[in-house]
Each structure stands twice: as C-alpha cells, then as structure tokens.
Design a protein around this ligand. Structure first.
Ligand code: GDP
Length: 374
C-alpha cells in the first residue's frame, strides 16, 4: 500500500510571516481501495435469492419491493419462478389492508383525487400504495395511470408508494400482476391499497375482483353516455362521487348527486347488504374527502360484521386461481411454435369454408395435446 508523503506546506515559507502550518498526519493515499473494489464487485455479482427479497419486503424496504414487483411483471421464466416463491413467502403477511378500487373517465380527476385522499390517509399515519391497471398502456408505450408525475405530493411522501400499471400482456395478465403486487405491498406494511383504472372498458371488472370497495368518480352536467360509463360499472360501485363540486359547479354537483341516487334505487339490492352512496367532493380543494373516507369505513364495518368481507375475499381468491389457469393455458396454446402456422392455415380454411370452425378448433387442440406428450 502506498503512503502519501507529507510535504512541508508552502505557507511555511519565509514570505508568509506569522503563519505556521503544522505538519498533518500521514494517511494512506486511498482508503483500502482494493478491498472496496472487491466488495463492490461481489455485491454487484451476488444475485438476490427469494429469501433476500422477502426479508427486504418485510422490513419495508421500498427498493426491494420495487425490484420484486419488477420480477412479478417480468415475462422471463426464471424471474417468474423467483416471483412465485417471493409471493408464496409473503402471503402469510398479506391480506390486512383495505383495498380500494377507483375508476372514472380520463379528466374526471382520478389522480387529483388520489393525491388528495392519499395525503389525507398518510397524515393520519396510514401507509398507502397506489397501483394501476391500464390495459391500453402497451399500445401507448407507457402507462397513463399511476404516473408519478401526476401525483407529485404523494410521490415524495415516504408513506406512499406509487407503481404504474404493468405494461405487457393481456388485460387478464396485467390484472393478475397487479393482484400479486397487492400481496407484496401488504407484506411491506401498506395498510391501504388504491387500484386505479380508467372507467371505459373491461378493466373495472378486473379491478372489482380484487378490491374490497369500489369507488366511481363522476362529473356533473355530463350525461352517462358522454362520460362513457356503462350501467354495469355503476352497478359495481359501492359509492359514486361527483367530483369538481366547487366554485359555480356546487349546485350542479348536488343535482347530479340526487339524479344518481335515484338511478341507484332502481338497481337490485346488493349481496353485501350495503346501499351504495352518492357523494360530492372537490379533489382539487380537498372538500368532502373526509366524508368519503367515513363512508368507506362505514361499509367495511358493515361487511366485516355480516361476513360479506371475508366471503368476497374468498370468492376473489378462487376467481384468480381459475383466471390464472385460463390465462396460462391460453398463452401456452397461442405461443406454441409448432401450432402457429397450422392455426393460421386453419383460419384461412375456415374463412374459405373448407373447414368448419369446430373441426378446426378440435384438430388444433388435438395437435396441441400431442405436443404436450413426451
Ligand atoms: P384524471 O385523468 O382522471 O386522472 O384527472 P386529473 O386528476 O388529471 O384531473 C383532470 C383536470 O381536472 C386537471 O386539470 C385537474 O386540475 C382538474 N380537477 C381535478 N379535480 C378537480 C376538482 O375537484 N375541482 C376542479 N375545479 N378541478 C379539478
């Protein structure tokens, strides 16, 4: 190891009168550089095991949580294997959060609402994870939901974790990954989970199948068709909130609230025994946020008492088992290299009426089963 020679300081020269710089202590040129480099190299090389991830997640380490979520989202087989092990080991520590689905058309104020409600929750000492299901994100090459730049305050809040939608795969695949991410977030200590989605397609059904409470955000003065909200989505909602109830929009919001309340009366009673509520709020001005939170708490205490909470979670767990099987079988079939050509040639034959749809399907399935035999 080379030792730096201590030299006499220039200011001890005769020119600098009245100034004496003392000789410093000899010190090594670098702090044991060899061993630092060795340490860094080993650290880089060492691949984390599932147990390492689990340990980090249970300790609430956000970096480890994010890395584990990336494994869940990965389509690589070896990543999926580790991800499965992590999820299995985190499962006993999961399930204790409140899972809330939030939907509404673009522009209704979802991110503003999540930020406002999110700050309300973290100020009370809660820990919030915001996840998203955005099936369009593959096409748009980047998620429009769960975007950190849209929720500036929350993204710098140490008690909040924001994760954009997984971007690859079918809606079922994207939703399954989000559901698995819920488990990891819960194991990391998040007690409230928001799942955000755009209220225009089928993704609400998926979100509904993984949350305890489903909140639909609406605007006053725009017809249902204008808002692109289907009746089925309204039927799924445990509460509807008319957002932007501020300024000269307050009266209109109240009118809309009454209209939606009347519309909900026409729906059949819910299995939970809960009567869906209609509220107004201003996410931007933080008005009515506390009322919505109270409503959610009211719902939860009702369904916890009457057993519906656990019943719904059990049904959801079952749903996801079958959904995962369906998803896996489908992708295994369509990604089977030996079948791809045959499938497209059979498709042409069906179109040319040389073959019936059913015969083509059965022959393809037979061929598929043959490729599975060893
Ligand atoms: P998202 O597309 O559903 O996530 O909607 P955003 O949260 O991005 O909001 C869309 C626009 O509506 C933004 O310009 C917001 O500032 C505005 N906005 C959201 N909430 C409110 C509200 O409560 N009152 C008013 N006046 N504007 C709001």
């Amino acid at each position: 190891m080379s030792i730096k020679k201590n030299y006499d300081h220039i200011e001890n020269d005769k020119e600098y009168k009245g100034l004496k710089v003392n000789k410093g202590i000899d010190h090594p040129e670098t702090f044991n550089e060899d061993s630092i480099q060795r340490f860094l190299k080993n650290k880089r090389k060492r691949i984390k095991t599932a147990d390492d991830y689990v340990e980090g997640i249970l300790a609430g380490n956000i970096t480890t949580l994010s890395q584990a979520v990336t494994l869940v989202e990965s389509s690589k087989k070896e990543h999926q294997e580790v991800a499965r092990e992590i999820i299995t080991k985190c499962l006993p520590y999961s399930g204790k959060s409140l899972r809330i689905g939030i939907t509404g058309v673009p522009g209704v104020g979802k991110s503003t609402f999540i930020e406002s409600m999110g700050k309300f929750i973290t100020k009370q000492g809660g820990k919030l994870a915001v996840l998203a299901i955005d099936p369009s994100s593959e096409r748009s090459k980047g998620s429009i939901l769960g975007d950190k730049t849209r929720m500036e305050q929350l993204s710098s809040d140490p008690n909040a974790y924001i994760r954009p939608s997984p971007s690859a795969g079918s809606l079922g695949g994207v939703a399954r990954k989000t559901r698995e991410t819920i488990i990891l977030c819960e194991a990391a200590g998040f007690d409230t989970i928001f799942i955000e989605t755009v209220g225009v397609g089928q993704s609400e059904t998926m979100v509904h199948s993984m949350v305890d409470f489903f909140l639909l955000l609406m605007l006053a003065g725009a017809g249902d068709e204008l808002q692109g909200i289907k009746r089925g989505i309204m039927e799924m909602a445990d509460a509807i909130t008319i957002n932007k109830a501020d300024g000269n929009n307050v009266d209109k919001a109240e009118m809309a609230r009454i209209q939606y309340l009347n519309a909900l009366h026409l729906f059949p009673p819910t299995d939970s025994g809960w009567k869906p509520k209609v509220l107004t709020c201003s996410a931007f001005h933080h008005i009515g946020i506390d009322k919505i939170w109270e409503t959610i708490q009211e719902y939860i205490s009702l369904v916890e008492k009457n057993g519906y909470f656990q019943h719904k979670r059990n049904e959801q767990a079952k749903f996801w088992m079958y959904e995962t099987i369906n998803d896996h079988l489908k992708s295994d079939f369509y990604q089977n290299e030996e079948l791809k050509e045959l499938t497209s040639s059979f498709e042409n034959k069906v179109l040319g009426q040389e073959m019936s749809s059913f015969v083509a399907a059965f022959e393809l399935l037979n061929k598929y089963y043959q490729t599975k035999k060893y």
